[in-house]
Design a protein around this ligand. Structure first.
Ligand code: FES
Length: 148
């Protein structure tokens, strides 16, 4: 598998790993085919993501994409964080092999799931703001191969 240097760096030294106690939003998504799971914790203050941590049990690309996704949303407003697509994550990592594109979808969905949880906790229906969370990556070319 041909990975960019940035992917290898974020895989070997993932940023923002861990949990946030009393997180304002927690999102968990999983890929049913490969079994990989991503959990995202957000601290939100005045509409700004002041802290973010993640735990990923999955392939190298899933770890690298979740690490990069946390870097991209940290310090951003909720509005801007919602604009962080899997494509933005991939571009920031200088690309991913085609069979690993779905791993970046998981990262995007984990952020959205955490934001959805944030709204739900406040009694607000998240769907019109965050959109549907697709925990299933089958539409995004998932091959279910978790080998690095
Ligand atoms: Fe399962 Fe990458 S998320 S192969």
């Amino acid at each position: 598998m041909n990975y960019s240097e940035k992917v290898m760096d974020h895989f070997a030294n993932p940023r923002n790993v861990g949990e946030i106690e009393n997180a304002d939003g927690i999102g968990e998504v999983g890929n049913p085919k490969c079994g990989d799971i991503m959990k995202m914790y957000l601290k939100i203050e005045n509409g700004i993501i002041s802290d973010v941590k993640f735990k990923t049990f999955g392939c190298g690309a899933a770890i690298a994409t979740s690490s990069m996704a946390t870097e991209l949303v940290k310090g951003k407003s909720i509005e801007d964080a919602l604009k962080v697509t899997n494509k933005a994550v991939m571009e920031a990592l200088d690309g991913l092999p085609p069979v690993k594109v779905h791993c970046s979808v998981l990262a995007e969905q984990a952020i959205k799931a955490a934001l959805a949880d944030y709204y739900t906790k406040r009694g607000i229906d998240p769907t019109p703001i965050v959109g549907e969370i697709t925990e299933d990556c089958h539409d995004s070319g998932c091959t279910g191969s978790c080998s690095i």
